[in-house]
Design a protein around this ligand. Sequence first.
Ligand code: UDP
Ligand code: MN
Length: 308
Amino acid sequence: MSEVRIRPRQVLILIIVFIIVLMMVHRNGKRTCQGPEYLQAMYAQDQINTLPKIYAITPTYARPAQKAELTRLSHLFMLVPNLHWIIVEDANTTSSLVRSLLDRSGLVDRSTQLNIKTPPEFKLQGKDPNWIKPRGVEQRNLALSWLRAHVDVERHAIVFFMDDDNSYAVELFAEMSKIKPGRVGIWPVGLVGGLMVERPLLNADNTQVVGFNAAWRPERPFPIDMAAFAISMDLFISFPQAIFSYEVQRGYQESEILRHLTTRDKLQPLANNCRDVLVWHTRTEKTKLNAEEALQRKGQRSDDGIEV
Ligand code: UDP
Ligand code: MN
């Protein structure tokens, strides 16, 4: 039996060919998408520039699960090429945690990091919910003034208020890209308001919203969650008075912003005639840290020098 001898030179050539193939696959991977149809459409080279830019506004605050929540969102955004993330920290300064997260996920060029602290008199410590006033008001308003000052008003864009702890499907962003200038797009939200799904009710030909199935405060002008809609940017330019307000009751922030911008009959139903659930109002359980607190009383900590 003759022995097959592999010479070092052949090994070297094989390695080089392997590296070249790997590089080609990697380069192609950046430009094309093998995923489902909605993703392929979003990634098609000629379409990226024609799609409206989606500005996602996320208020966020420091707590044990913050990095976990923001990591989930950043991975979602890696799949959405036409998105710009405005992340507004509820803090006196921006943090290195958020900055390095944006860095590592390659989102630096597609994001804006802002900060503004909610005045302490608006928080009632030690109670659950520990708020006397709505959350994220200050942060969303700062993002809106940044947008009004920085966007190219000639280009169609979409604004979406995106809390850091909800769960979002990538398809939601494909749907949002269909919002027409001057319109507010609307869709169902899962696991909210005491229901499996809160959703708009449409007319017979599915062109107009005629009501809502909300069980919690159905008398609100827009009885929907913040995750249920996105807004064409031109409306924020046309109606500069549209901002969030502390002066409204809990649950009325959505109605407060929308009343300036649209009416029920002008809402644009999306997500398969409001029958698909593409976002869920999930809430992360408060992290239990009793053992950590015991450690810290002894002057130690499990995360010494480690960002969790
Ligand atoms: N938030 C904030 N500061 C706070 C509490 C909340 O910036 O002190 C942010 C939070 O990170 C989230 C949004 O405001 O993006 C809504 O808060 P939360 O998810 O707690 O509200 P809920 O789910 O109860 O509506
Ligand atoms: Mn939430």
